[in-house]
Design a protein around this ligand. Structure first.
Ligand SMILES: [Zn+2]
Ligand SMILES: [Zn+2]
Length: 435
């Protein structure tokens, strides 16, 4: 992700009206962060050292539920969408309901960081033994949200409304053959009883320093689709290609031709990516195999573009395999939709980020072709998803999903402050809108 211009934020009229309240609330939240950050950083170390893959977040979910119960939450619901946890905190003052979401799952990556609390956990994943690591920062997200729970519980008398804390499993996608993640949470009714009027979420960003926050108004993260293709031919001796229908040659043509969807079928101004990430076929150098397997991902923003990509993939595969004398099978799975930050909610909440870390530390970011299943929540109610700087000054982090990904502890108090202030500001402004 590249960063664009620094953004000069306008203070919305509403935040001028609430400025004195915001100042007192800022100070109270700062004091609470001071008080809780040591404990929360310890919890982060515990979560980091004991990472669990999607739909297997058993210990993490238990830790979360224990923490929420210890804070006297009004409701703590477990086993939501497998291992998800929902916590409900009613404030002492009447008001609206807002939701906040953190993801809890780790990845099949073997950690290679200098952390004293690094993970040495290994597990079985798709028949392979793998290391398990919080290589996307979801340990930070979970810890930040536990910290926000501590802060808001300690200030609940002043809290005008209800906060629904959503701790989500399997953001990276459930294991094949299972359901899970935000999609399943929404289908299980997480966004009702009580229904929030908005939802907030954050994500650590491996290219951003600790102390900084970033956001994108409107389209922020792309829709993520997965495709799997079998190109089917006829096997023969490698020296007798005329007796084969060669799926390797057809696959090679297909891989190249699929890129013409991006370059020749879609508007150059429409963001899209088609990536073939797996090519698998053959057993021996002198045998033409009967089948080649291709697998990859499509990233788009516009639903029409998404439809067009899928249609063109079928047409190209049909054309190439029919010309080559073979056949094909395409499985096109539509995954997470695009994450769109609600424009008016973003405009209302961005000044809060600037107040918390200073205008000079808030960056407006370009949309990314990465995806986030936060989209399922943000399709239900207006959502605001922002980025948390995580790289300690003078250090370098590996990219997301790599063994050297390093999110610094000091991003946690920044995230706690930002999220607690967003929730308070949101509920206060909603209160002033109530009849
Ligand atoms: Zn990730
Ligand atoms: Zn992530």
């Amino acid at each position: 992700m590249t960063r664009v211009r620094r953004y000069w934020l306008f203070t919305a009229a509403i935040s001028i009206l609430t400025a004195p309240i915001a100042q007192a609330q800022n100070a109270d939240i700062d004091a609470a962060v001071e008080r809780f950050q040591g404990q929360i950083i310890d919890l982060r170390h515990q979560i980091h050292q004991n990472p669990e893959l999607g739909n297997r977040e058993f210990q993490t979910a238990a830790l979360v539920a224990d923490h929420l119960r210890s804070l006297g939450f009004d409701e703590v619901i477990t086993d939501v969408a497998h291992t998800g946890v929902i916590g409900i905190l009613h404030g002492g003052l009447p008001g609206d309901t807002v939701a906040v979401r953190a993801d809890m799952d780790a990845l099949p990556v073997t950690e290679d960081t200098p952390y004293s609390f690094k993970s040495t956990v290994r597990t079985q994943y798709l028949g392979q033994e793998v290391g398990v690591m919080h290589a996307c920062g979801h340990d930070i997200h979970t810890a930040v949200q536990l910290g926000v729970a501590s802060i808001l519980a300690s200030m609940r008398d002043e809290l005008p409304g209800t906060v629904k804390f959503i701790f989500q499993p399997a953001e990276e996608g459930p294991p094949p053959g299972e359901e899970g993640g935000a999609d399943l949470m929404v289908r299980e009714g997480v966004m009702s009883n009580p229904r929030p009027s908005a939802i907030f979420g954050l994500h650590a960003l491996a290219e951003m320093e600790v102390g900084k926050l970033g956001y994108t108004a409107g389209p922020a993260l792309a829709a993520v689709d997965h495709f799997s293709i079998e190109i089917i031919g006829t096997q023969a001796h490698g020296a007798s290609p005329h007796l084969s229908v060669d799926p390797v040659v057809m696959a090679a043509q297909a891989i190249t031709a699929l890129q013409t969807i991006r370059s020749r079928n879609l508007s150059p101004l429409q963001p899209s990516v088609i990536t073939v990430g797996i090519v698998r076929g053959g057993t021996r150098f002198n045998i033409i195999p009967d089948q080649v397997h291709l697998e990859g991902t499509v990233r788009t923003y516009d639903p029409d573009v998404r439809d067009q990509v899928e249609r063109r993939m079928e047409e190209i595969l049909a054309g190439i395999t029919s010309a080559g004398g073979g056949t094909y099978h395409l499985d096109y799975d539509r995954g997470t939709p695009a994450t769109i930050n609600d424009i008016s909610l973003t405009e209302r909440m961005a000044p809060t980020l600037a107040r918390v870390v200073g205008v000079q530390n808030v960056e407006v970011l370009e949309p990314t072709m990465g995806g986030e299943d936060f989209a399922y929540f943000a399709n239900e109610v207006p959502g605001f998803f922002f980025r948390l700087g995580m790289v300690a000054p003078g250090t370098v982090s590996g990219g997301h999903h790599t063994p050297t990904f390093q999110a610094d502890d000091q991003s946690i108090p920044v995230g706690m402050k930002a999220m607690a202030n967003l929730i308070f500001d949101y509920l206060i402004t909603r209160q002033s809108m109530l009849p």
